[in-house]
Design a protein around this ligand. Structure first.
Ligand SMILES: C[S@@+](CC[C@H](N)C(=O)[O-])C[C@H]1O[C@@H](n2cnc3c(N)ncnc32)[C@H](O)[C@@H]1O
Length: 222
C-alpha cells in the first residue's frame, strides 16, 4: 500500500510522522511519558473512556498503534481508517485476532465507507488535523455521517490554550506545532464545543490537564 497523501496536501504533516520506527516507541513515549507527565492526562483515563463508549460496530479513525483497541473491551466488528499505510500495517499485525477491516482514508475528506457504526473514535487525532479551511469541522462531520442515529463519537485532543499548559507542556506544544505533528495552537474548549455542537445534538467535554476528553451523541445528519 502506498501513501495516500502527498506533501502538498494540508493534511499530510499530521500523519507523516507515524513511521514504522516511530510506531515501535509510540506507546511508551506518547501514551506513557507524554500522556502522564507532559499533557497530564493519564492514559488509563482514556482507556476508561474507550471502555465506556466503544460499540459493537466500531470505527477507529487514526488508530496509531492500536493500543486502545487492545486495552479496552472491543466491539464485534472493528474498522480502522488512516491515510498512513504503516499505521494500518502495524494495527493489522497487532490486532490480527480482531480481524479489523482496514481502510486507507483521510478523515477530512468524504469517507470511503458507509457504515453505519455504533461508535467512532477520534482519539488524539483532532490536534493533528490542519486548522485551515475547516478541516477539523469536516472530520467531525464525516464521523457523524457514518454513525447510527443513536451512535457516539468519542475521543480526546490536546488543546492549545496557554493557561492549560505547564512550562514543559508549553515547550512540547510549540515544538510539535513547529514540526507539523500538531496544528492546535488555536484549539480551545470553546472551539471544540462549537465543532461538536455543529454536528451533534448533545456533547460533553472534560478537560484533564491540557487534554479535552469528549463524547458526542445524536448526530444531526441522522
Ligand atoms: C497521535 S496519533 C493517535 C493514535 C491513537 N488514536 C492513539 O490515541 O494513540 C494520530 C493518528 O491519526 C492519524 N491521522 C493523522 N491525520 C489523519 C487524517 N487526516 N485522517 C485520518 N487519520 C489521520 C495518524 O496517522 C495517526 O494514526
Amino acid at each position: 500500500m502506498s501513501s495516500l497523501l502527498t506533501p502538498d496536501d494540508p493534511a499530510y504533516p499530521g500523519q507523516a510522522h507515524y513511521t514504522r520506527s516511530f510506531l515501535r516507541i509510540y506507546d511508551p513515549l506518547v501514551l506513557g511519558f507524554f500522556g502522564k507527565v507532559v499533557w497530564r492526562c493519564p492514559t488509563q483515563r482514556l482507556i476508561d473512556h474507550y471502555s465506556q463508549f466503544i460499540g459493537e460496530r466500531h470505527l477507529d479513525v487514526g488508530p496509531g498503534t492500536g493500543y486502545f483497541l487492545e486495552a479496552a473491551p472491543m466491539g464485534a466488528a472493528i474498522t480502522l481508517l488512516d491515510p498512513n499505510p504503516d499505521v494500518l500495517a502495524h494495527c493489522a499485525a497487532r490486532l490480527s485476532d480482531m480481524q479489523p477491516t482496514l481502510v486507507q482514508g483521510d478523515v477530512t475528506q468524504t469517507l470511503p465507507i458507509d457504515g453505519p457504526f455504533d461508535s467512532v473514535a477520534l482519539n488524539y487525532v483532532i490536534h493533528c488535523l490542519p486548522s485551515s479551511s475547516d478541516h477539523k469541522s469536516a472530520a467531525v462531520a464525516n464521523a457523524a455521517s457514518v454513525l447510527t442515529e443513536d451512535g457516539v463519537l468519542f475521543g480526546a485532543t490536546v488543546l492549545g490554550t496557554p493557561s492549560l499548559h505547564t512550562w514543559l507542556s508549553a515547550r512540547a506544544l510549540k515544538a510539535n506545532n513547529r514540526r507539523g505533528i500538531f496544528d492546535n495552537l488555536a484549539d480551545d474548549a470553546e472551539m471544540l464545543s462549537a465543532l461538536l455542537d455543529r454536528h451533534f445534538m448533545q456533547h460533553t467535554i472534560e478537560v484533564v490537564g491540557s487534554v479535552a476528553v469528549f463524547s458526542a451523541h445524536l448526530p444531526k445528519t441522522a
